[in-house]
Design a protein around this ligand. Structure first.
Ligand code: GAR
Length: 210
């Protein structure tokens, strides 16, 4: 059984989807903890209701990023994870943290990377006149919102779109591709080859939603 720790900052719909699919599809894995940096995150309520351990490492209590990262690493390591999943975790993690979990740290970002890394992705995609937007699951490397791409999903940008409407459409596909990508990882289906991730059995690593 692979041990998964999920890091969250807020709502936790991706975390919830992963927990639910893991149980429903009997993955060879278990979500052993949900760790967050914000007190009162809704994700904690769901995890606790499922009997999943929760832990808070409040970033406001630390003098700097290195001290926060070190404590976060200590807390996460106590759960002995095979995989650490960033699911709406809104802190930038330093190089030491990323190196410590290299090859077992996944993130989802609500854009078609390498376009629109960082914040306000939906507004920026609309303002750029993009006709497609989407989400990307990737292995985390020290460069923000970069790293080998595991799966992507695309959705249309509508002429009258607002950032909120587009975010909702993108979130719907996030909840499909993130559990899928995590399942592939725990099943040992992901092969990292020269910075490119392929699925061992050739499953489609993309999704187009109308
Ligand atoms: C998701 O849309 C996720 O892609 C995004 O935050 C949201 C979290 O929602 N993550 C980032 O922007 C990371 N840079 P959730 O808490 O309901 O899963």
């Amino acid at each position: 059984m692979k041990r998964i720790v999920i890091l969250v900052s807020g709502r936790g719909s991706n975390a919830q989807a992963i927990v639910q699919r893991c149980a429903a599809e009997a993955w060879p894995a278990q979500v052993v903890a949900v760790v967050g940096n914000r007190p009162g995150a809704a994700a904690f309520d769901f995890a606790a209701a499922q009997g999943i351990a929760t832990a808070l490492v409040d970033h406001t209590g630390f003098a700097g990023r290195e001290a926060f990262d070190a404590e976060l690493m200590r807390v996460v390591d106590a759960f002995a994870p095979d995989l650490v999943v960033l699911a709406g975790f809104m802190r930038i993690l330093g190089d030491a943290f990323v190196a410590h979990y290299a090859g077992r740290l996944l993130n989802i970002h609500p854009s078609l990377l390498p376009a629109f890394g960082g914040l306000h992705t939906h507004r920026r995609a609309i303002e750029a006149g993009c006709k497609l937007a989407g989400a990307t699951v990737h292995f985390v490397t020290p460069a923000l919102d970069h790293g080998p791409i595991v799966a992507q999903a695309a959705v249309p940008v509508r002429p009258d779109d607002t950032p909120e409407a587009l975010a909702g459409r993108v979130l719907a596909v996030e909840l499909v591709i993130y559990p899928l990508a995590v399942r592939w990882f725990v099943e040992g289906q992901l092969v990292l080859d020269g910075g490119v991730v392929r699925h061992r059995s050739g499953e489609a690593q993309w999704l187009l939603a109308g």
